[in-house]
Design a protein around this ligand. Structure first.
Ligand SMILES: Cc1cc2nc3c(=O)[nH]c(=O)nc-3n(C[C@H](O)[C@H](O)[C@H](O)COP(=O)(O)OP(=O)(O)OC[C@H]3O[C@@H](n4cnc5c(N)ncnc54)[C@H](O)[C@@H]3O)c2cc1C
Length: 490
């Protein structure tokens, strides 16, 4: 080996990468660092790893109480699942589809298939008419006879749908979908990010419903909507990742609350370069590179003192609460609302419901006859969860009442076997208008500073199909900079 390569090898062996935050972004990044033999430490403030990928025992089931699936788009999460030996456990949800509830008169109906973000291709179809009524259908039909937009194109999904197809399509079909997928109102969603190609297809076909038909022609599922899960729950992905990291000698510290970063090495004599990571208990770790994989508010707070152009303030982030219920309810055996229910915003306290034992066969197979698992979600952008001020017992009671109404079956407190409530602060969705510009600026500002990087849902967009490849990419960028810094520790 030539001398520079010897130096490089020695440098690689000594280099220390510290990952701050032990959610999926942090763990995926840590694996990338560890694969090339770097010394890696993951610092997680909580008492468990995985972040929003949270698994818990509820009423005798071990199940996901946070993220429960991943989009197959891009193939990166699936590749990770395979790499970690979980390929045989991959499963797909029941294709029964979801319903929409909170329609006038308290009615519910199956969400029509073949749309884009709830926008129908054919307003005259009986499934659409059942939801928006005759008046809504005629208003939606106006879209076919109006000239397409001529000046530029419409950025706000809400404005686009309202102007072309009317309030009923917007409120009863599109808003429940954006509430369920993005925890956001259609007015705040950027059409070009949420439905790429829709504006162009509108110009091409002359109508919004025509554009939807054009985009969905020949497709069995909406683009990007195909998802997979893991038998036993997504928590297994975290367990497998943690065990692989341990095999690669990655140090995984929980209860390690990172308070700040400082420039320069921790100990005198370690050299003036690099970074020091300071925990709230005063512990200091020296690092050649630091990858910050924290939620937005914490990430901005830690990074801003060293990243001149980074705004220290995070935007408003939706808070959601998910109440998982295990109920004795044989009426649910017939899956009365498919795999779950989306709700017309404002119509009810709950935002959405997943009938987990209808959606995932592996879970149904574990259940005694007549026993079901249901997840009820509360809260959205700009809207506190209705459960927020309640104690756990009252939150479970409210979730049970909502589940009863949304599923159209009587559910009394006597039916409730167990309940568990989780609270999450979500990242603003990547499709939020203006969000891409803001995160793009943050990224550029962070990348201008040597030896630090950042990943996580606030930068990549919220789905695991975005979080995982983005974190891998950021780790790759940092590790290259670390290794090729001329054999001199950064
Ligand atoms: C209820 C819910 C359901 C979801 N369902 C799905 C789904 O089905 N499919 C899908 O693709 N996506 C889903 N998502 C989105 C996806 O799960 C998340 O976007 C993703 O897991 C976020 O990963 P992350 O690593 O960026 O952040 P997090 O998981 O939030 O990880 C950040 C970590 O940093 C830690 N931390 C915070 N402060 C500090 C500190 N000072 N020092 C050290 N550590 C700290 C936190 O404790 C946490 O563990 C869901 C999200 C929610 C909220």
């Amino acid at each position: 080996m030539t001398e520079p390569l010897d130096r490089l090898a020695a440098h690689a062996a000594e280099s220390h990468a510290v990952v701050v935050g032990g959610g999926m972004a942090g763990l995926a990044a840590a694996l990338e660092f560890a694969k090339v033999g770097l010394r890696v430490t993951v610092l997680e403030a909580g008492d468990r790893l995985g972040g929003v990928l949270r698994s818990a025992e509820v009423g005798g089931f071990t199940l996901d109480v946070g993220a429960e699936s991943y989009a197959t788009r891009g193939g990166t999460v699936r590749a990770l699942v395979d790499e970690l030996g979980l390929g045989d456990a991959v499963t797909t949800p029941n294709p029964a589809g979801a319903w929409v509830a909170g329609l006038p008169g308290g009615l519910a109906a199956p969400l029509p298939r073949g749309g884009v973000l709830g926008i129908p291709a054919n307003p005259w179809s009986p499934e659409v008419r059942r939801i928006i009524g005759r008046r809504g259908v005629w208003r939606a039909f106006v879209d076919r006879i109006r000239p397409p937009l001529t000046i530029g194109h419409e950025r706000s999904l809400g404005t686009l749908v309202r102007s072309r197809m009317g309030e009923r399509v917007l409120d009863r079909l599109v808003a429940p979908v954006t509430g369920g997928v993005y925890s956001a109102r259609p007015d705040d969603i950027d059409v070009d990010i949420a439905a790429p190609g829709l504006n162009a297809a509108l110009t091409r076909t002359g109508s919004l419903s025509g554009a939807v038909a054009d985009l969905t022609a020949g497709r069995t599922a909406a683009p990007g909507s195909a998802v997979e899960g893991i038998v036993g729950g997504m928590g297994r992905l975290v367990d497998a990742l943690v065990s692989r990291l341990a095999d690669l000698d990655v140090e995984l510290r929980t209860g390690a609350d990172v308070a700040e970063l400082r420039r320069g090495a921790a100990e005198p004599g370690d050299g003036a370069e690099g970074w020091s990571v300071v925990l709230s208990d005063g512990t200091v770790l020296a690092a050649g590179a630091v990858l910050v994989a924290l939620p937005e508010a914490a990430a901005r707070r830690v990074l801003a003192p060293h990243v001149p152009d980074l705004d220290p303030e995070a935007g408003e982030s939706p808070v959601v609460e998910v109440v998982t219920l295990v109920v004795d309810a044989p009426d649910l055996d017939r899956h009365p609302r498919g795999s779950g229910v989306l709700v017309v915003p404002g119509a009810r306290a709950a935002k959405a419901l997943t009938h987990s034992t209808a959606k995932w066969s592996w879970l149904a197979e574990q259940a005694d006859p007549g026993v079901h698992v249901v997840r009820v979600s509360f809260g959205a952008q700009g809207e506190e969860p209705a459960t927020a001020g309640l104690d756990d017992t009252d939150a479970a009671r409210l979730a049970l009442a909502e589940a009863s109404a949304l599923l159209g079956v009587p559910l009394q407190p006597a039916h409730l076997r167990a309940a568990r409530r989780e609270r999450y602060t979500q990242s603003q969705p990547g499709a939020f208008i203006g969000r891409a510009e803001r995160t793009g600026e943050a990224r550029d500002a962070i990348r201008a500073v040597a030896g630090i990087g950042a990943a996580g849902a606030w930068l990549s967009g919220t789905g695991l199909a975005q979080v995982v490849p983005d974190a891998q990419h950021e780790a790759d960028r940092l590790r290259s900079a670390l290794l090729w810094s001329g054999g001199t520790p950064l």
